[in-house]
Design a protein around this ligand. Structure first.
Ligand SMILES: [Zn+2]
Length: 240
């Protein structure tokens, strides 16, 4: 007797992993990866190519993994601009051993990132990007991009963010851990955004909004700190 066929199709793992990966707006540079990027015009009102974020990572709140925006940088009228997490780190530096403090700070200290909107330029035979992305760079890497911009202005060349005449910037990641380095190379190849991604204007993101920073009030941060650090350490740090 033939086996009765069951409903549904065979699972395609590759297809699934591609599907769930889609939809993210963040573009990461993986170890030993080289990316060719076209920077779009900025969505920041002040004209800064980069939106600077300051976040505290590795927290838990109501049993969920959380990162919180540092209120010293992102606080508003509602939340105030005093950050209890920064205060806890300052208190910990006074009370913990050097070794313990380093561990604590590596996990939770304010982490700064410089974010810009880019469209990756893939090789001729690869599919083209169908959206714009947000890339988060370290200060050193962002400074390298900023230096190229300054040179372009000084040499009266189109800026790398120019929608029509901007040049491709190549960023390569090498090394690992503390020896990770990012090289930033202006390729001198000019490509219009319209040619690269004809729908770029409708796909254009607001960098700050796309980051979805979690700006929470002091009470919420204190709850998360107690849950993450444990009651004993939280008490010991004396932040209220
Ligand atoms: Zn902070």
């Amino acid at each position: 007797m033939p086996v009765k066929s069951r409903p549904g199709f065979q699972t395609n793992v590759d297809r699934t992993s591609k599907g769930v990966a889609r939809g993210t707006v963040y573009l990461d540079i993986k170890p030993d990866q080289t990316l060719n990027l076209r920077f779009t015009p900025t969505s920041n009102e002040d004209g800064d190519v980069f939106f600077e974020s300051a976040q505290h990572f590795k927290f838990r709140h109501e049993n969920e993994k959380r990162a919180f925006a540092c209120l010293r940088v992102h606080g508003n009228e509602e939340t105030g601009t005093e950050c209890p997490i920064c205060e806890a780190l300052e208190a910990a530096e006074q009370t913990m051993s050097k070794k313990d403090f380093k561990k604590f700070a590596d996990l939770h200290k304010q982490s700064l990132r410089w974010h810009a909107q880019v469209i990756p330029v893939y090789p001729e035979d690869a599919p083209k990007a169908d959206q714009t992305f947000i890339i988060g760079l370290s200060q050193t890497t962002a400074q390298k991009v900023s230096k190229i911009l300054k040179n372009e202005r000084d040499m009266r060349q189109p800026l790398l963010t120019d929608p029509d005449e901007g040049q491709i910037i190549q960023i390569s990641r090498t090394g690992s851990g503390f020896n990770t380095e990012y090289d930033v190379l202006p390729l001198g190849v000019r490509v219009g955004l319209d040619a690269l991604l004809p729908t770029w204007e409708s796909k254009f993101l607001n960098t700050e909004k796309a980051l979805k920073l979690r700006v929470e009030d002091r009470a919420t941060l204190l709850e998360a700190m107690e849950e993450t650090f444990g009651a004993a350490l939280f008490q010991e740090l004396g932040i209220a």
